[in-house]
Design a protein around this ligand. Structure first.
Ligand SMILES: C[S@@+](CC[C@H](N)C(=O)[O-])C[C@H]1O[C@@H](n2cnc3c(N)ncnc32)[C@H](O)[C@@H]1O
Length: 218
């Protein structure tokens, strides 16, 4: 149920509740822990991966959907990739794209240490350029977008062209850190993504701290 306070924007979680639930529902095996804590070992790596519960949500969405061929834009050091790899199983394949070669190198090591090097390919380059090289592997079952916000509309258009009917799109930072309705390049791009997804998918934006957009292609 919603009440008047939550309809007005009040949220009932806090760091203690989130920490408890992350541990209870989204605990890390050693591979996930290694990827999640990479920024603590390496100050050059920003701690901008999904939260544990968000990453587990992506894993469950991909698993419930039965996706086998998945594309991720924005690898960082492989934390969400490990969750997606677990969901697709040994017969699945994840292509994950990362612009920064240093991130990609660490991601490859984390994904191998997590036991999923066989089913994950880390590709280095700009999302739009690398996506164009993947079209021959399509149609895909799912696309997860979590990279530069200014390109979200381009990633969404690529997903719509290259997902099968019934394919799953997921995009993090769907509120653009509060700038979704602002006149910025990132705000315009993500707003365009929302409007394209609302047209071509059965969709919803889940109210996580920065919003997660999900849709099933019509
Ligand atoms: C938020 S992080 C991804 C986090 C990852 N999905 C996770 O939860 O573990 C975004 C990543 O996108 C990468 N990135 C930024 N611009 C990019 C671009 N144009 N193409 C591909 N990757 C890009 C950044 O280097 C960064 O590693």
């Amino acid at each position: 149920m919603a009440d008047n306070d939550s309809r007005a924007g009040k949220r009932y979680d806090d760091p203690a509740i989130r920490g408890y639930l992350d541990k209870l529902h989204a605990a890390h095996d050693p591979g996930l822990e290694r990827a999640f804590t990479t920024p603590q070992q390496n100050p050059d790596i920003p701690a901008i991966m999904l939260s544990p519960s968000e990453a587990k949500m992506v894993e469950l969405l991909v698993r419930m959907h039965g996706s086998q061929k998945v594309v991720e834009v924005g690898t960082l050091v492989g934390y969400s990739a490990l969750r997606i790899a677990a969901a697709i199983g040994p017969a699945g394949k994840l292509w994950t794209i990362e612009y920064d070669p240093k991130h990609a190198e660490i991601a490859r090591a984390n994904i191998a240490a997590g036991g999923h090097g066989d089913r994950v390919e880390v590709l280095v380059g700009k999302g739009v350029d690398v996506l164009a090289t993947l079209e021959g592997h399509g149609p895909f079952d799912a696309v997860f977008i979590d990279a530069d916000k200014e390109s979200y509309h381009l990633y969404g258009a690529w997903a719509t062209r290259n997902l099968r009917r019934g394919g799953l799109i997921i995009a993090d930072n769907a509120y653009v850190f509060g700038n979704l309705l602002g006149d910025t390049a990132a705000g315009r791009s993500v707003k365009q993504l929302h409007e394209d997804v609302a047209t071509h998918y059965d969709s919803v934006c889940i109210p996580t701290p920065d919003g997660v957009l999900i849709g099933i292609k019509k």
